[in-house]
Design a protein around this ligand. Structure first.
Ligand code: URA
Length: 196
């Protein structure tokens, strides 16, 4: 099996989908390669494309804040990635062909990091990892087994939550923010006893 660094090198020259043409950087992932907790967002925005790191703009600041406040950790203690690794132009939603092209990278990242819990941020990551067409409002509020099926070991849990940019659009307060916090507390429960 290739290492995460090798997979990142492979992704850095990827031309599997049209997003490759418009990117500044492939935004592969960041954090602890052996983390118990992994976050999967939608796709890089402008700040992320320029820096080559996920969640470094306003959404990222909110994610960093709730990570600190609810779990007491910084981003270096978790692993953060996205559904698509290249910026969709003008921050549009990723197209199905782009999500499908990038899917093997995410699946291999999950295999290599081997987290206990994956928090999916928003509709795209949630639908992909739960193989569902439901919306985040319906799907959040509980945990699911990642890839239930005959070949899965079934010990990775998926905890869906709102995308931080949606939380910001809602004003960063009230029900939506409370939902994000509650989902992180849920993720923490599934992490069990700290191993680090
Ligand atoms: N939104 C995402 O989904 N991912 C990022 O990396 C930044 C913003």
């Amino acid at each position: 099996m290739v290492s995460l660094a090798e997979l990142e090198r492979e992704a850095s020259v990827c031309t599997r989908c049209p997003l490759a043409a418009g990117r500044t950087n492939v935004v592969f992932g960041v954090g602890d390669a052996n983390a118990d907790l992994m976050f999967v967002g939608e796709g890089p925005g402008r700040d992320e494309d320029l820096k080559g790191e996920p969640f470094v703009g306003r959404s990222g600041h909110l994610l960093d804040r709730v990570l600190r406040e609810e779990l007491g950790v910084g981003r270096d203690r978790v692993y953060i990635s996205n559904t698509v690794k290249c910026r969709p132009p003008g921050n549009r939603d990723p197209h199905p062909v782009e999500v499908a092209s990038c899917r093997p990278y995410l699946e291999r990242q999950i295999e290599l990091v081997d987290p206990r819990v994956i928090v999916t941020l928003g509709n795209f990551a949630t639908r992909l990892l739960l193989d569902s067409t439901g919306g985040i409002k319906q799907l959040r509020g509980r945990a699911y087994r990642y890839k239930p099926g005959p070949n899965a070991d079934g010990d990775v849990m998926v905890v869906p939550t709102f995308h931080p940019s949606y939380v910001l659009r809602s004003g960063g307060v009230g029900e939506v923010m409370a939902g994000l916090r509650a989902d992180l507390v849920r993720a923490k429960q599934y992490l069990g006893a700290p191993t680090q």
